[in-house]
Design a protein around this ligand. Structure first.
Ligand code: FES
Length: 276
């Protein structure tokens, strides 16, 4: 049982929880993930670590309400405890001095990209961040990300803040402008996919963090399988980070939809019960 120390809605539909988890905080590294269960019956929700504080023994998670389990997580308050809070899982990001790195965050992807950007900055890299959101009111952690970046660009789809347009536009300009060693792209699947399409002509290594559907998160069930470089990989034990230029995006996109009907039905049932 891990206790929630603080809980807040950062922006509509996106929540931040700071959780007491000294054992996990002691070992946590940027890029790793956790499995969180709101209650005994909830599904296992994989969440990439958004922040950790070894001294305070805390882990920060940020999630968006999408289905029943994330709605259950959002309904929990400071003082409540998660039924399960397991981690750190997966491989950590490879942190070293690459030179210039570009961190591209889409929507809730800002949270997992932050600790990676922070560690890359500490390792001596020039960090350029591009943070994208649909609209101004969905932007969060701009100051945190800017604080670990040499250059910080914001884009919104509707132009309500920063540059109007998609993250791929400044990404292309930066690749044209200077030598980029590595790009990290974390966010919705289409955004990561188009970031890899943007960097491919420049030959810039592009790492993505995949959020494929997980069940056991131990490499046993095969639920999280993805195809990378024509090989089957398990996101939970081989990832979550992969070379984006090698990912079979069509397969990933179709696999993300396989439980849509069940997810919709579960959410409708949860909403009905919550009204009673
Ligand atoms: Fe089961 Fe990865 S979640 S193999």
């Amino acid at each position: 049982m891990s206790k929630i120390l603080s809980m807040k809605e950062l922006v509509p539909t996106i929540y931040e929880a700071v959780v007491e988890a000294p054992e996990i905080a002691r070992k946590a590294k940027a890029g790793e993930f956790l499995v969180v269960m709101p209650d005994e019956k909830g599904e296992r929700v994989p969440l990439t670590i958004a922040d950790f504080d070894r001294e305070k023994g805390t882990i920060t998670i940020v999630f968006m309400t999408i289905g029943t389990s994330t709605y259950k997580l959002a309904a929990m308050k400071a003082g409540d405890s998660y039924y399960a809070f397991v981690g750190p899982l997966g491989h950590a990001s490879e942190i070293k001095n690459y030179g210039t790195v570009v961190m591209v965050a889409g929507g809730v992807g800002t949270a997992p990209i932050y600790p990676i950007a922070r560690e890359l900055k500490k390792a001596g890299n020039k960090v350029i961040s591009i943070q994208g959101a649909r609209t101004k009111e969905l932007l969060f952690w701009e100051d945190k990300l800017a604080g670990v970046s040499d250059e910080h660009i914001i884009t919104t789809d509707d132009g309500t803040f920063g540059r109007k347009g998609l993250v791929t536009e400044p990404l292309k300009e930066i690749c044209e402008r200077e030598k980029v060693a590595v790009v990290y792209a974390i966010g919705p699947i289409p955004m990561m996919k188009f970031c890899t399409f943007t960097t491919k002509p420049f030959g810039v290594k592009t790492i993505v963090s995949l959020n494929s559907i997980m069940i056991d998160a131990t490499g046993m069930c095969g639920g999280c399988r993805v195809n990378v470089g024509n090989e089957t990989k398990f996101t939970c034990i081989d990832g979550p980070e992969f070379d984006g230029h090698q990912v079979d995006w069509n397969l990933l996109t179709s696999r993300q939809k396989i439980y849509l009907a069940e997810e919709k039905c579960s959410l409708e049932k949860y909403v009905e019960e919550a009204k009673k």
